[in-house]
Design a protein around this ligand. Structure first.
Ligand code: FES
Length: 277
């Protein structure tokens, strides 16, 4: 069993989740993920690693409470235990001295892009961070990004913090901030990664996305996480989760991602805790 050190809602619907898993901290690298189950009958949930503490033997992830399985996770509290916590899984993010790198995070991707940004900073890159959300109250971890970033830029759809609008404003923001990225890394929901990739393709800047498909085993056995990249079938769990955003077949990915929407949302309806769906 794996003991939960902390589970707290840091902004509405987003939870910081820290688990005691010393064996994971010994091998984890930026870009890795873990697969866990909240109980013996629970579905396997992949979560990107957002931080870790080798001394304490703890691993932290950020998850969005969006369906039945994550609602179960959101009910856990410090001191509870979970039966499954497997990892680290996936290929580590490519870390090198690229020059100037813009790291973009939205939603749970603010958490998962953090260790990548930190490693890029340590590798000698000039790192800029752009945090994206619907509104200011959905932004978090700015204080963690500031020491490793030349600048932390905020973009909110309602303009309550930083620039107002969507990621489609990125070319203009780069001009205003005088940033010429050699590489862009985007972590977050599918739409953020897809739209960013669309914009950066026109800019000609290599863009790495952190894919978030449905997964089961996480070791390349079941094929559930497959996607098409540069016309070839890839498994996100073993070939990724990082891929070149300009090469991903986004339309196919979106369709596959929606496969279990009904099953995920129905249990919440029955429980009455998702009346807004
Ligand atoms: Fe089964 Fe990737 S999750 S092959």
């Amino acid at each position: 069993m794996y003991r939960i050190v902390e589970r707290r809602m840091i902004v509405p619907n987003l939870h910081e989740f820290t688990v005691e898993a010393p064996q994971v901290t010994m091998a984890v690298r930026p870009g890795n993920f873990v697969i866990l189950r909240s109980d013996e009958t629970g579905e396997r949930v992949p979560l990107s690693v957002a931080d870790w503490d080798p001394e304490a033997g703890t691993v932290t992830s950020i998850f969005l409470q969006v369906g039945g399985s994550t609602a179960k996770l959101a009910r856990l509290k410090a001191g509870d235990s979970i039966p499954t916590y497997a990892g680290p899984l996936g290929k580590e993010a490519e870390i090198s001295n690229f020059g100037t790198v813009l790291c973009i995070g939205g939603c749970y991707g603010i958490g998962s892009v953090f260790p990548v940004a930190r490693a890029l900073h340590e590798a000698g890159n000039t790192v800029y961070t752009l945090l994206e959300a619907r509104s200011q109250y959905l932004l978090y971890w700015q204080e963690k990004f500031r020491p490793i970033s030349s600048r932390v830029i905020e973009l909110t759809r309602d303009g309550s913090a930083g620039y107002k609008g969507h990621i489609s404003r990125l070319p203009e923001i780069l001009t205003l901030e005088k940033i010429k990225p050699d590489r862009i890394i985007v972590n977050g929901c599918t739409f953020l990664m897809m739209r960013t990739s669309g914009v950066t393709k026109e800019l000609g800047v290599k863009t790495i996305v952190n894919m978030n498909p449905i997964m089961i085993d996480g070791t390349g056995m079941c094929g559930v996480c497959r996607l098409t990249v540069a016309g070839k079938t890839k498994f996100a769990c073993v070939d990724g989760p990082d891929f070149d955003g300009h090469e991903v077949d986004w339309e196919e990915f979106l369709k596959r991602r929606e496969t279990y929407n009904v099953e995920e949302v129905q249990p919440l309806r029955r429980s009455g805790c998702a009346s807004h769906y």
